[in-house]
Write a protein that binds this ligand. Sequence first.
Ligand SMILES: *Cc1c(COP(=O)(O)O)cnc(C)c1O
Length: 494
Amino acid sequence: MEKLFKSTRGNQTPIDFYTSILQGIASDGGLLVPDFDFEKKNLEDLLPLNYVDLATEIIGTFAPSDAKEALHTACNQAYGEGLFCDEVVPVKKAGNVYVAELYQGPTAAFKDMALSMLPRMMTLSLKKKGEEREVMILAATSGDTGKAALEGFKDVEGTCIKVFYPIDGVSAIQQQQMVTTTGKNVEIIGIRGNFDDAQSAVKKAFGSKELKELCDEHHIFLSSANSINIGRLIPQIVYYFYSYLTLVKRNEIKLGEAVNFTVPSGNFGNCLAGWIAKNMGLPVNQFIVASNKNNILTDFFTTGTYDARREFYKTNAPAMDILVSSNLERLVWFMVNGDSEKVNKYMEELKETGVYKVDDETLARVQKEFKAGCLGEEDVLKVVHDCWNENKYLLDTHTAVGYGVYEEYVKNTGDTTKTILLSTASPYKFPESVYQALTGEEVDVYTAIEKLHDLTGMEISYPLKGIKDREILHKGVIDRDAILDTIAEKIKEY
Ligand SMILES: *Cc1c(COP(=O)(O)O)cnc(C)c1O
């Protein structure tokens, strides 16, 4: 039986795996979700697999059965051939938690886990659908996604990628990472404007009839690499199994013993992938959803009300600064048993009024599996400081949010279930804050990297080594009003 994907809003004819990957977002504005029951995995069978084989097995349960071999090749290119450090996901111990380090990839942050795989799934999908056009990926970024997408798509057959970023809206290190990207099919363009200007122009491009006609003339089509693509979600299921099985192999837990996962969250894609893993047979007791000062998810999980009518804060864990957490729509869909009328109603309310509230039954169901908490900026620094002093384990600010929220959870509940904390970034990716946390001193970003290294002896993540001296390859900067015209120019160059 063919496995199809449908929209959370219920107004798109179900489509196959490959089409879903290429399409990105559902045509009715919803998100694509599986129209089939999750396949239960036998943990014992998975235990001996290395990361590449495990990824093939897990991702393969969502794809047609004849894709196995091609998927294995893709997984090997993504996780086995030198993009990641030797161990794709090392699991370490820090105090009471096990830390699964999801930052060993080419940009030193967790987006690499999926964005190293998505481009390869796109190439595969182009082939399987007999698609002769090339795909142009458009991405607007506030920092992390852009670089991870660039690294993922660079020199990938059948694809090219254009990234737009606000020149005053990303960190110095993120900008330097992007503008020094090599590869013949990548382009990075700065915008005089903010992230929303970039994002809304890119969204407009997807809906533009003129650009569509231009694309047809030049034999290409547009697609997106952001976390609404189901191809971002599926590869993230793998490391939940992997980190669990690592602990089994080390005799830290017994096969079948339930664990908790603590997940620093923003768009909720990471945590949702864990919930899917649970539904595929991974023994999970609780998910602990951790937010920073932008605590809209904490409020949702504690009250059932999602209220976006609030102030937006720029914090020291910027990748989690978010008001509209797009993957939550998928969770709500699952929690109302696929009742797309209900999902439509909630999303309509959110659009019209900025707020929705799920019914009591749904809230009860959500709260059975998810606990949530948040941490302010000062506390984040304190957690980084204390964790280093007590455990000699260096947390980045995002992971520190998770660590602090977990400590609070244990204090409140007394839960002694073994817990895996997902580490979403290298401490060297946000070094000024981490260095400030340890010493109280404020220094510039490159000094912070050096000083952190001197102070802790922790190896500098390979993507950030020598970054200051890399050649700047992309200097283009345009006005925000020129984004659509620029995209049209790029299409014409084909
Ligand atoms: C994207 C990101 C997150 C948030 O992940 P979501 O899947 O959006 O919840 C957390 N930490 C870092 C460092 C990130 O880049």
